[in-house]
Design a protein around this ligand. Structure first.
Ligand code: AMP
Ligand code: MN
Ligand code: MN
Ligand code: MN
Length: 288
């Protein structure tokens, strides 16, 4: 239990994916997983879409065990050449400008996928777009879908290797997407009444100096919170993140970034938030 995120004896996971982006489970299966793993509060945060939320709420109706499902999203943005992910929590899924913003994100995703496929075709992977699109349907197409197709159909040894050789930053099939600036995504989330959370700040492959700039800019753009507790995080890095949260008066979030049950990843499994930080959920009325 020590690695679980228990706060006042609730298990809270505010970052997870379904098949509507690159997660492996359907929303109903994700809800079932939440019950199996004794999660009490679950945010569903698919890449640039909120399409899985209705199914998840519907699925929860058939359980007696309570589960607070938080309406969320993970928005792709750019900042000084880095792809930065901003999670939106408690978003109003009916807000028209927000819906329009997600539609534009989805158009950027599709355009980027076509450009990635063109580059992969040149590497000898004929027909890769149709396979990736079929795998992603009816959800958003992501680089993870291309990676999976390369492993399953084209003898690439692993997802890791697919990113290392082709899909990662600066690699043969890398494409710079026309993602919005970080501050635009924060504004969209606020317009939809949600809180903007800087996702997995240690996964951007940047120096601590750049990380400090990123968090300062995020706070300056009125970002609300930063993920401080996630899986496999090194204690020295956590200390830096905790200091940055305090310095910039941010709230702290916790999430597993769950995509599929695996050896290293599980729903509800992430480090605990230090009690010295104010959690992003501190003023939420949770029924659980
Ligand atoms: P996208 O949002 O389309 O750029 O796709 C990024 C997604 O690919 C991330 O959210 C991860 O789920 C996945 N991903 C990124 N890097 C790797 C990697 N090295 N190995 C496996 N999956 C990865
Ligand atoms: Mn993902
Ligand atoms: Mn992410
Ligand atoms: Mn994620």
């Amino acid at each position: 239990m020590s690695t679980d995120n228990l706060q006042n004896s609730r298990k809270i996971d505010l970052h997870s994916h379904t098949r509507y982006s690159d997660g492996q489970l359907t929303p109903a299966e994700l809800v079932m997983r939440a019950h199996t793993m004794q999660v009490d509060v679950l945010a569903i945060t698919d890449h640039d879409t909120i399409d899985g939320l209705t199914e998840a709420h519907e699925a929860q109706k058939s359980y007696k065990r309570p589960l607070s499902i938080i309406d969320g999203v993970e928005i792709s943005t750019q900042w000084h050449g880095f792809d930065i992910h901003i999670v939106g929590l408690k978003v109003d899924t009916g807000q028209p400008d927000f819906i329009a913003a997600l539609a534009s994100q989805q158009a950027v995703r599709l355009e980027r996928a076509q450009a990635i496929a063109t580059k992969l075709e040149k590497c000898g992977f004929a027909g890769v777009f149709d396979k990736a699109a079929a795998l992603a349907s009816p959800g958003q197409i992501t680089r993870a879908h291309f990676a999976k197709v390369l492993v399953e159909h084209y003898q690439v040894s692993s997802m890791e290797s697919a990113f290392k050789k082709y899909l990662g930053k600066g690699k043969r099939a890398a494409v710079k997407a026309r993602w919005p600036q970080m501050n635009e995504a924060i504004d969209w989330i606020h317009k939809a009444g949600g809180r903007a959370v800087l996702a997995h700040p240690v996964h951007y492959d940047m120096t601590t100096k750049w990380l400090r700039r990123l968090v300062a800019d995020f706070a300056h753009a009125k970002g609300d919170a930063m993920e401080v507790a996630f899986p496999g995080v090194n204690p020295d890095k956590v200390k830096i993140l905790e200091e940055l949260v305090v310095e910039h008066k941010l709230l702290a979030s916790a999430g597993s970034d769950f995509h599929f049950p695996g050896r290293w990843t599980e729903l509800g499994r992430c480090a605990r938030l230090s009690t010295t930080l104010t959690p992003v959920w501190h003023d939420w009325e949770l029924t659980v």
